[in-house]
Design a protein around this ligand. Sequence first.
Ligand code: NAD
Length: 376
Amino acid sequence: MKVAVLRETKSNESRVGLVPDGVKFLKKKEIEVVVEKDAGLKAGFPDAAYEAEGATIAPDAATAVSGADVVLKVQPVTAEEIGVLASGQVLVSSFQPASNLEIVRSLRDAGVTMMAMELMPRITRAQSMDILSSQATVAGYKAVLLGANAIGKFLPMLTTAAGTVRPAKTLTLGAGVAGLQVLATFRRLGALMEAFDVRPAVKEQCESLGAKFLELDVGDMEDAGGYAKELSEDQHERELELIANALRNKDVVITTAQIPGRKAPVLITREMVDGMMPGSAIVDLAAETGGNCELTRAGETVEHNGVKILGPVNLAATMPFHASMMFSKNLVTFLMEMVNKEDKSLTLDWENEVISGVCVTYQNEVRHGPTKEALG
Ligand code: NAD
């Protein structure tokens, strides 16, 4: 079996789909690895590091994928990149089929098997293959650093000869994977923490990280998949009131609230920003899906009455070394689900919910139900 690793072509992407450690693991399983030249360079993994683990370096994408059974990437393929892929090859990368329908059509017509890692089922067994979780961990950590950097204050309490500094006050909205990493990072930096989520199940986790959990009686807002449900209008009104009060004395606010498949809920209106302290900052991790703050602009920092509102995009790519290590581990674990234990061949077992869950196209067919429907 042969695996190819492509160099990312998107301008703000510095991660790589497989790191040298992954090569080492695959070589032990008798899997050959070809890496496109400089694929890992921006993430801190030079070609020599891949060669040292037994990979071959190919001068370009076409040479890298030639004869490969599986192709690994971080970002979804572009229309041009599909040109180098051959029918029957399995492509594994991040991919949101709903927002890439044209690409789905091209992959289907080219006979490429697309495994979209964003569709990974949220079951315990699949946690080690979950790119959303691994990359959200990176984003949560980085969001705290951006927030700390955006205010003119210390986060921890300091007792110095030049006076005592009070610890910064922070609020984290949404305590899923990213939000919990935000709290863990704030804690390491000594900030005071409050947190809020519509899923009461996370209260204990927030408290165990040292945060005060803000309570709102909205019933059980968790769906069968562990995700949040959308609030009713009345519940949303009450939520905004709670958040508006909590915002007034905060130095850093980090928002991470998402509803799968929908625009992110607006949790901070312009009026609520008006009530915040000048010099404070909001880091909106939901910027790419519309933002949790009404004033957020994706990829930009907006200033409103002295409050900075940061809308970072693709934050995981700003920490490419560790983000790639985690992404690579997710892909390698998934790859092993497709390798027949006896003869080491590529085998797609449709009874395996991990494989059937992420597969979008196979043998010129769209297999993923919602995508098939969207294509009509
Ligand atoms: P997410 O990115 O979809 O949402 C982030 C957070 O925003 C969630 O905690 C959600 O409850 C919260 N939220 C949504 N609407 C809100 C609102 N109006 N106000 C405040 N908060 C709001 O979620 P995620 O972090 O990817 O995952 C959510 C949960 O799924 C995790 O906490 C975990 O329990 C579960 N999970 C399971 C697996 C697995 O078993 N493989 C993997 C990852 C996550």
